[in-house]
Design a protein around this ligand. Structure first.
Ligand code: SF4
Length: 694
């Protein structure tokens, strides 16, 4: 039993965990947050919540929080606590010194999908003004960057097409590479409600996810594909849609480019995409693919939801385009109950991408190479912006190892833990002359830092998050910043110390600037969000109260563009030395690398990551339930306790990545998406053997 005091006031704010973006009333007694109550008027959650948003807020006041800035000359020296001015000036002078010796492009900045829109906007502005280059990136690089690329190429906008509520109009729901029950629980509840009303479910996933147990066994259709074969499967589905005359010709004629459609049709009807031909690749019996294609193609309203099991592959961008092709071919866009719906992982993945954090795009996905898109920013900011794209995170890390990249500002991301091939990341961080880490905790990345700037939690600042349905929600300050400054104020101070003046007095002024410079945000303001409760962008003169469903009349590019999506096998292949394929995911009570949830009572529900292994594979290796196993890949090795499970198919093993001690990224490889460099976290060839307790 947890004793709580009676609250004397409450503040409505937004959960800082997943991309559902639930609204909560943070109930306070004096200066103490006593509980988080799901807000019944929340537009994304309608009064519902999960165990993360409801209970896992204690990290914000955990004793591990860093509340004093710290500096050191080298990473081998102890930290020295200093005041804010000394820390900021130390950081600025080091960055300036590096640029004087190694050139303007030798430094960069990384922001986080944990931070607000206003904070991520300021970091990319800092890089493009005070740093004078485009070396800005976001942790969305390692999760949904293929979504941005793939949807922009096909539908013309890097965002999901629907509201969550739209699922209540879907007749067939195709879930690909996502596990909403654990990763997006409040949306999963809504989805399950729709399934109980009779909607049909198709799940394409190497694992049998919980959602399949929502419906009667004969109603949910599971396509248990081999990890890494998504594109072959979606091509087979599209092949059948065309072969069986299930295309929506009216939609295609009215809404899609005739030439790209004709080329795609010639491509997709090739026999190599027939389910009989792809069966050997995907492992999914042709008859099951046929049943799924008929179900999807015949539905009045068919909706597609997908997650990192789509994007975190060497063909992540190709797969996103394949999904868009399927939606266009069947006319499932532009109304309730349909659409292409990326389930964004973190609270502000959508927002951090919208805000120009990528090295090739300014806010609103405006490409730096296009003069008329770049010039308004140059005028507003009073600088010249490079027309060349800057470095992505993996490029920065490679350049650090090579010696040409020397200084890095990281706000709210633990790249040493969250990025693939941990050893390479650590080598890169160790090579830097100045690493500035702004975070809540002394994380793994901070071990390589020269400047440590205390971060602020979502409870300590004002701003906005944008959820997976493009909904801009307000974040409101509940308690004062523990270290005296919110994250946006720290970035502003660093910019001023570097000689580029920033003078915002409140995040609402930052949003006003975003609105002036970003056509899709033109009508957004804190005042309007407060008045309406939330706003889904685009919000401008044409859609003054926002846009719940996108692409109703036309696509931003006019006509939808079909893309040819050739399946190319990943380089990560199993063989006799590494015979199993490891894939990864999340569990309900924990979040990503666990920096926050492990510092809350939610740890009671999940003490360690375990390895799910099929009974046959376990028996072959003499492994019993609960045994310790050594997992070895081409990149490294780790140790996990085994859990015998038929949820994984033979030849596939699965683990979560919430505990640093197990370090799943120690064994993931350098493979990445061909278009965006999003790491291929979801396919790693491994060997598993029984070991003694570590
Ligand atoms: Fe927070 Fe996501 Fe849970 Fe909602 S579903 S409470 S946004 S973690």
């Amino acid at each position: 039993v947890i004793e709580i005091g009676q609250p004397d006031r409450s503040v409505v704010t937004t959960c800082a965990y997943c991309g559902v973006g639930c609204s909560f009333r943070a109930e306070m007694k004096g200066n103490e947050l006593v509980r988080m109550v799901p807000h019944k008027d929340g537009h994304a959650n309608h009064g519902h919540s999960c165990v993360k948003g409801r209970f896992a807020f204690g990290y914000a006041t955990h004793p591990d929080r860093i509340t004093t800035p710290m500096i050191r000359d080298s990473i081998h020296e102890p930290w020295r606590a200093v005041d804010w001015d000394e820390a900021i000036n130390f950081a600025a002078s080091r960055l300036r010194d590096i640029q004087a010796r190694h050139g303007r492009d030798s430094i960069g900045g990384i922001t986080s999908s944990r931070c607000t829109n206003e904070e991520t906007y300021l970091v990319q502005k800092l890089v493009r003004t005070a740093f004078g280059n485009n070396n800005t990136d976001t942790c969305a690089r390692v999760c949904h960057s293929p979504t941005g690329y793939g949807l922009k190429m096909t539908l013309g906008e890097s965002a999901g097409t629907q509201t969550f509520d739209s699922v209540m109009h879907a007749d067939v729901i195709l879930v690909i590479g996502a596990n909403p029950t654990d990763a997006h629980p409040v949306f999963a509840s809504q989805l399950r409600r729709r399934l109980r009303q009779g909607a049909r479910l198709i799940v394409a996933d190497p694992r049998s996810i919980d959602l399949l147990r929502t419906v009667h066994a004969d109603e949910g259709l599971h396509l248990p594909l081999r990890p890494g074969t998504n594109v072959a499967l979606v091509n087979a589905l599209a092949h059948l849609v065309v072969a069986e005359g299930l295309e929506d010709q009216d939609f295609i004629k009215r809404r899609c480019e005739p030439d790209t459609y004709a080329a795609w049709r010639a491509f997709i009807t090739d026999p190599r995409h027939a389910p009989e031909a792809t069966e050997a690749v995907t492992g999914v019996p042709a008859e099951q693919v046929r049943e799924a294609a008929r179900l999807f193609g015949n539905a009045s309203n068919a909706a597609i939801y997908y997650g990192l099991g789509v994007s975190e592959h060497s063909q992540g961008s190709t797969m996103v385009m394949g999904i868009a092709n399927l939606a266009m071919a069947t006319g499932n866009l532009g109304r309730e109950g349909v659409g292409v719906n990326p389930l964004r992982g973190q609270n502000n993945v959508q927002g951090s991408c919208d805000m120009g954090s990528f090295p090739h795009e300014l806010p609103g996905y405006q490409h730096v190479a296009v003069d008329e898109l770049r010039e308004p920013f140059e005028q507003a900011w009073g600088v010249t912006i490079d027309r060349e794209a800057g470095l992505r995170i993996p490029n920065m890390l490679d350049a650090a190892v090579d010696g040409s990249f020397k200084g890095l500002y990281v706000q709210g991301e633990d790249i040493a833990q969250s990025d693939p091939n941990t050893r390479h990341v650590e080598q890169a961080l160790e090579s830097l002359e100045c690493l500035i880490v702004q975070d809540l905790f002394l994380n793994e990345t901070a071990k390589f830092a020269h400047v440590l700037l205390p971060g602020s939690s979502f409870l300590e600042k004002d701003g906005t998050f944008t959820n997976a349905e493009r909904r801009i929600n307000r974040v409101r300050r509940v308690i004062p910043p523990l270290a005296g400054k919110a994250d946006w104020e720290v970035t502003q101070d660093l910019s001023n110390a570097l000689g580029y003046p920033m003078n915002y007095s409140h995040p609402s002024e930052i949003m006003d600037e975003i609105a002036r410079l970003t056509p899709t945000f033109r009508g957004v303001s804190f005042e309007k969000i407060d008045r309406l409760g939330s706003i889904q962008w685009p919000c401008n003169d044409e859609f003054p109260e926002g846009t719940p469903i996108m692409h109703v009349a036309e696509f931003p590019i006019g006509l939808g563009r079909f893309m040819q999506t050739e399946y190319v096998p990943t380089d990560e292949k199993s063989n006799s030395r590494y015979p199993l394929l490891l894939t990864t995911g999340r569990i309900l009570s924990q979040y990503n690398v666990g920096a926050q949830t492990r510092r809350t009572r939610n740890s009671f529900w999940h003490h360690e990551d375990v390895l799910d292994i099929h009974p046959q594979d376990a028996e072959d290796r003499g492994i019993a339930d609960g045994d310790w196993t050594g997992i070895t890949s081409r990149a490294g090795n780790t140790v996990l306790r085994a859990r015998i499970s038929t949820r994984v198919q033979p030849g596939v093993v699965y683990t979560t990545f919430h505990h640093p001690v197990s370090g799943a990224n120690v064994i993931t490889t350098d493979n990445s998406d061909w278009a965006t460099n999003c790491p291929e976290y979801k396919v790693t060839a491994v060997q598993v053997e029984k070991v003694h307790q570590p």
